[in-house]
Design a protein around this ligand. Sequence first.
Ligand code: SIN
Length: 480
Amino acid sequence: MPTRTPVEGQLYIGGKWRGQELDKIKVYNPATGELVGEVPKAGAKETAEAIEAAHQAFESWSSLTAHERSAYLEQYYQQIMVHKEELARLITLEMGKPQPEAQGEVVYAADFIKWFAEEGKRIYGRTIPSHLPHKRMQVWKQPVGVVAAITPWNFPAAMLTRKLGPALAAGCTMVIKPSGETPLTAVKLMELAEKSDIPAGVLNLVTGPSSVIAQEIMTNPKVRKVTFTGSTEVGKKLIEQSAGQVKKLSLELGGHAPIIVLDDADLDQAVDGVIASKFRNTGQTCVCANRIYVQAGIYDTFVERLAEKTKQLKVGNGFETGVQIGPLINREAYEKVEKHVQDAVAKGAQVVAGGFGFTREKAYFYQPTVLRDVHHGMLVMKEETFGPVAPVQKVDTEEEAVQLANDTPYGLAAYLFTQNVARGIKVAEKLDYGIVGWNDGVPSAVQAPFGGMKESGMGREGGYEGIEAFLETKYVAIGL
Ligand code: SIN
């Protein structure tokens, strides 16, 4: 079990630990309601100082060779791996996910640093054949400048490094604003950056009220790019605020992922895929399955097997051995899950697993739930639940499944289970989603692009696209 001594986090600005004199934000363990730490409540002034520090550091950091920046990032990767257990403990303490998942997240987070340390060496420009003998034409890639990253609570380490790795590898410097729910992991990551000798000002951390910090970020002309993971509602506000200075944006927003299970699917693979996609992180990922469409011929068997496996999942404090489902992040999240289940039941859904929540020591847990006989008139089939509820709807044809799957303003991830290759390709082509998992419930990987279509966002993280997001394209025409 973790230490009960609350962690004292600080701001990290220009290589200095700051903010002792400021009011504090308290951080609670969502599994127990206990106070686990506190961090300073930074305002516009501290945010402006962090931006200035990143601005000052930009020239020297961006002038290093890609190989030099890569060496810093490689040291950072090593530090994260050495402190894997400590980081995983912090993640479970402030976010609640079970320890094995938290450890998996730390490795996932570290891998973003390692991958982009290498990818930074492969930023290529190009030479364009000229139409005139006395002219040469080149395309150069250059870092965008100071980047502000606003990161979420559901993956306190990995969503931060998915932005930090490529930004630093590209030559950008950063100001990071972590979620108020989970700032302690971010503070630890800054300590490890300092231990890795990443120069002062390259990375800066401000904790505090989102609206105040975001206001400074969005109006300060020294910030050239904002990268955000969070709700579609906040993403839309950032789009509006970015207009004033035409800031570059990468937005990874909400999802409402469908899973289609066709009658030629491998049922064991499909049930395991649904469990992995739906219940990972207690249903609190942007790519979690939110609705499941199963073809009529296999519907009853599928629902029965899914319910059976779901009932075996152990709910509790993420530090307890064998726990697979942790708490929901807060009361509001719990109430949303409860509302979705109650609404579905009132409109005719049947609960075949779970269907209830419970509070324990000021914390909110919800039993993993499977609902059958659901339809699109229910909230759960329209809104992102962000909790452990799997509603399963019967469909007659693959066309109907695709039409229902695309019937949403979101377009982040979709899943498909079929053993028929031609059918799989056709369905995957028709799905309006940035990510498709075909016979795969967990498609995310550092080397692959992650991001959504429609109201799920703009831009991609991970893979080559992940570094492109932090680069400007400069065309240089040279007269000889
Ligand atoms: C997210 O929930 O935004 C990230 C999930 C992932 O990387 O798989």
